[in-house]
Structure formats: C-alpha cells, structure tokens
Ligand binder design. Sequence first.
Ligand SMILES: [Zn+2]
Length: 265
Amino acid sequence: MNLPYMEAAFERDLFLQNPLPFFVAAKKLWPGQRRPTLTHAFIKLLDSKNLLHTSFTQNIDMLERAAGVPPSKLVEAHGSYAAHSCIECAAPYDGAKMEEAVMSLAIPRCEACGGLAKSDVVLYGDPMPPAFFSSLPRILHSDLLIVMGTSLAARPFADLAELVRGDCPRVLLNKDAVGEFERPDDVVRLGECDQLVRVLCRELGWEGELEEAWEAVGGRVDRGGVIGVGAGGSDDEGGKLFDGELENITRGIDSMHGLGQACPA
Ligand SMILES: [Zn+2]
C-alpha cells in the first residue's frame, strides 16, 4: 500500500488523504475470520458464573464478543468493527453495507452528507470513545481486578489498574511484568496468558468448563498442540507478522492518547 508503516492506516490525517489502507486492514480484521483464544473463553466463563462485572479491552478485533462476552459488559476502549458512522456528520452507517464495502474495498460514503463512512475504530488523533470515559466509574465496583495480555504502557487505559479501591486485590496474568503491582494483595504470574489461565482454572476446578467454553466458540481445533491460535492467520508466518503489527497499532493508539489526554476521572 506504499505506507511508511502499517499503523499509518489508522492515522486520521492519512485516512483523510487516502482511506484505502484503513479498509484493507478492516478486511483483514473483519469479525468472523479468527477464533477466540482460551483466555477470551475464560472471560466468558467468568460471565457464565455471574462473576464478570466489566471487561475493559484495548482490542479492536471483537474476539471478546466472539467468545460470547455480552456487549453490555464490554468496554471497547479503542472502538471496534461493531458499529459504523460518517466521520463528518456522525450518522450511523448500515452494517451490511459496510461489510459489503470492506469486502470489495470500495470506499463507503454517508448517505446523508456524502462524507467518508468508517467503522467506529479509534484512529490515531481521535479522542477515546465517550463510552470509555462514562464507563470508568464501573471500576470502583471491582472486588477483584484481573489484568491480562497488555503492555499497560500508556494512559488513560493504564490508569484503570490504579483506579480500583485500595482493598481490591489485583491479579496480573501477563507475559511481561507491567504496571505497578506492589500492593499487599497484588498477585503477579508471568507467562503465556492461555497457560496461566489454564493453571488458574485447574486450581479452581474449572478446567473442564474452560475447555467447554472454548470449544463452544470454535477454539479447540487440532493444530498439533498449538494453543489459542486464531483461524485465518496466527498460525502462519503472515498471520504472526500481522498480529505483531496489530499489537503495534494498539500501542500506537494508546500512546497517541497518552500524550495529550489525561484521564478525567
Ligand atoms: Zn454524513
């Protein structure tokens, strides 16, 4: 696409000049092509047990939804491909028409004003969605905070971990040691999320239910013992590359917001 780097597809200024790369990425990320991981299924399992209050996510790939987590309990801090609107007049854009446009890489136009229409994924340079800020008070109701699979590097998302009450235990299940988990009741376990979740569920006697929840959303497929790979990508080289780029995009959106926008809570 002649882009200097893939994240450029998500930069507002470049999107206005040339929206095509954004739609190429949308086609690759469009819901239904990847399967939830075991960790996504764990979030659904918490919901099934009526233990999930709110899931805050930086992901735009909607795999929490694919795992069955109810949208009412999800706060997609960077937006998602679930809704679409005009960038000029904010009129909603029809989902079926957007899918058709994305799949054929045709640039969709608002039927009201002719402006560019796009999925409500946050672009670099856009503010965080109002739903993120209006949902922040939910964190005060936590009696347990689980932080998984994040660099927790930039505000305001990283502030979530600090906003819980002092008597709320916090559990970090993550590849890297991130944030400041130094309160007396904090628990830190480092490793692959799926493995840590499996160990936790084994300790809780939930291992069978976890596997069932994962299987129910198409998670367990025989891939020679590889766990949690997404269909359509993650288990091949191109998929790995793309997943890496996706992580960069998430970080990029974070740091864009971290630079200029303090948490208003
Ligand atoms: Zn419009």
